[in-house]
Ligand binder design. Sequence first.
Ligand code: FAD
Ligand code: DHB
Length: 396
Amino acid sequence: METTVGIVGGGPAGLLLARLLHARGVACVVLESRDRGYVERRQRAGILEQGTVDVLRACGAGERMDREGLVHDGIELRFDGRAYRVDLPTLTGGRRVTVYAQTEVVRDLISLQLAEGPPLLFDATVTAVEGADTARPVVHYRRDGVDARLDCDYVVGCDGFHGVTRTVPPPAARRVVERGYPYSWFGILADVPPSSDELVYAHSPRGFALASMRSPHVSRLYFQVPNGTDPADWSDTEIWAELASRFETVGDWRLRTGPITARSVLPMRSSVTEPMRHGRLFLAGDAAHIVPPTGAKGLNLAVADVVELARAFGRLHDDGSPDLLDAYSATRLRAVWRAEHFSHFMTSTLHLAPDQDPFATRLQLAQLHRIADSRHAAAELAENYAGFAPPDPLAG
Ligand code: FAD
Ligand code: DHB
């Protein structure tokens, strides 16, 4: 097989890139190691920035999102016995976020792609990328026990943090800048209506908690736990009691409880691979960078990467100019580091480190009160949370 752009990984980054390239007449093939059911059920992010929503609409994948997604105008910060609502449109000139699960985004993109192309191969595990710094790289993959190759003009690594492409550049040609955290998120899905209409981010004496949702009938909740926590060690009763104690710090607010249908523990890390290009291999999404989840930037960053790549390949295809491709890594690294900073800020302001001293806690609370008391500080948070406008994916 051969193509113009070989895309490794069929998560949100790879699938969306394929749609955008197809729309611009650039040939591509997506190779995904897992089966369709697995990819569609993998429970992950839930918050789409305005720019992500606009891109999904522009590429024809917005119909169900517009019907079923929940548009949110604000988030609540809960700390020190106080609840402060960050009004996103007021503080950002009209920007909002949409609650629409990553599982649904992926489902919509897969059904479009299987109906209209370009080719998407499941159960195709990429084992190596050869000749990334030559004019004709080759992607080697294994499918149904048979080794195969995809000859390409360019390769885009969209295979996530545990994929193969981020380690293709030799150590001398890449730098990994990263930081770990001394806590993880315990995440649950529960068949119970959300307790609030909007998301609640809580700083409490027992640690961070987040109340989110998947629909008007399904809640998604997270709370900070020590690294290495086994989700099986917690009973449902203990989980609800812990969540209640972290959220029920203001007024007569009460947490709604119900059957827990899924649970997992997510470790967190900040990591950026620089540059995001090696020869004719480009890295996008989690293959290039990951953020801790507080602030919900991961999926949105992946989308913004592939919007830029689609513009760049479109420019090359339309008038032969590689200028946007050449600028890709530098352009995206600026935005990536903005999101890294915001995600680290939200994480370190809202979580309690093990044995955190009272001074550090007072600083966190001072920062949270500052956001609640100053329109400037609130606007800084709101702009980062709602996201910055990416370029039009189908233009210039
Ligand atoms: P991925 O979604 O990781 O997709 C990569 C794809 O490549 C996968 O389908 C994988 O099967 C495939 N692949 C891997 N190796 C190969 C190979 N060798 N050959 C072929 N295919 C391969 N973000 C938030 O904003 N909020 C959250 O709550 C949140 N929760 C998360 C929970 C978890 C457990 C994880 C891992 C991430 C979470 N994120 C969250 C981050 C967000 O989900 C990611 O940023 C987003 O999925 C990035 O999309 P991607 O397409 O770049 O990578
Ligand atoms: C969700 C995840 C996040 O990381 C976040 O900041 C908000 C919501 C979610 O999964 O719903």
